[in-house]
Ligand binder design. Sequence first.
Ligand code: C2O
Ligand code: CU
Length: 503
Amino acid sequence: MASLPGGGLGRALSWLEGAPAQAAVPFRDPLPIPPQLTGARLDVPIRLADQQILPGEKTRLWTFGGSFPGPTIRRPAGRRTEVTFHHELPKSVGELTVHLHGAHSRTQFDGQPGGLTGSQPFSSYCNIPLDLPSHVSGNDLLIEPGGRKRYVYDLTEDGHPERAAFKWYHDHRLDRTALHAWHGLAGMWIVDDAVEESLPLPDGPHDLQLAIADRSFGHDNQLTDPFTNLRPPDDGIVGGKILVNGAFMPHHRVKARRYRLRILNISQFRAYDLYLAGGAQMVQIGADGGLLPRPIRRSRILIGPAERVEMVVDFAAARGGTVELRSHGRRPGRNPYGSHTYDGPLMQFRVDSARVPDRSKVPARLRPLPKWTRHVSRRPDHTWSITVGGLFQTTWLINGRSFDPAYCDTSPRLGSVVTWELHNKTAVAHVMHLHHTSWYLLARDGHPPPPWEDCLKDTFFLYPGERILVAGRLTDYTGKFVVHCHMLDHEDHGLMSQFRVVA
Ligand code: C2O
Ligand code: CU
């Protein structure tokens, strides 16, 4: 097992799964649509919930609002939104912190990981000084069991409503993000704006959000506890069962017309190389940071943890039939372990046989990139280098250090456009995520990115040995923001650092 990181672990986990009382049947359950919240002031309890995922016993989860995924929050750009999260999980869960992934948030509402606390007195991977004052560790920003915290999101950037995009929220606690997310602490978030509304894209019931997760279940249909003491570089958790919106390989009935599919990978570690089987085509229209400049026909779309892709699919081509959303196990080549893609079906669309009018379209031009992306320096101001190291036990390191909430590796100026290099000096792929704003990918190993990455994103594959250049415009908010791998075990095991925006 140790010689086969990722893949070996996945097999070991499926072996650990007990035989469930009744076998789960692919495509039997309908696709759940999480409840939608649209108000300016929201209260979201974080609580236990029992959800029917497999036949037989329900699965106990830790949820936002009582479901996994949690409620989808949908808000107009530029409208202040306040969400109060109430921590109603058992005390033993410890502190929580909520990050709105892809958002431009104030540091105190960005889901700081925090430091050591009474319920988490030591870290076995990160190097956390004892007795940090709580405003330095970020402990003052955590949500205590029984407590609550109000997060304020302006949904503006640099004085304007921010760009419409498909985002998500999840826990971000030091050392325990993977554990908390595994148990269900994730939900989707959509920002709409006038530019998108002016386009003839499919909307309403023809705009579907799909959150993909893999999980493993033991007897009684309860989640397994894969959080053993695996050390880098062998720490990556994959599950044997694929869930879409919290259901095991569901189906969804669609009309024979165009749909907008917003797809989000909320898996801990697993990537998917998506394709459609059954005659429909994928036209990618968006990525992490919203719409692309123009649509791109794709035959496969690789999506790593936390990445989003938006596509328009015309199911008219499969009228009366079925279309499966599937993932290819990746071929050899630039695919070292660490980025194993799932091999098999994720869900099924059952296409109506009736002809229906469809006035939606995919315009040839969607949304231009912001102007600042056109004059960006290609000389990096800072490099983030990833290695694996440690004296007695290995951890992931960025510029020689594992995560320390008191330490910032660079201090860019408020209002500046920075160009940063991310360099992966390890033998496994990582999926690097930067907070504060949407980022623009300038180059992979000196070459221009493919068209589907020539856009605003916040999460980037970084292959072994590779260097990428990203640029970001840091407006509005000073303070600390993190940079980390979104393979959640890597993040918890040291692969996170910080920058501090200064006035
Ligand atoms: Cu989705 Cu810093 O995380
Ligand atoms: Cu990683």
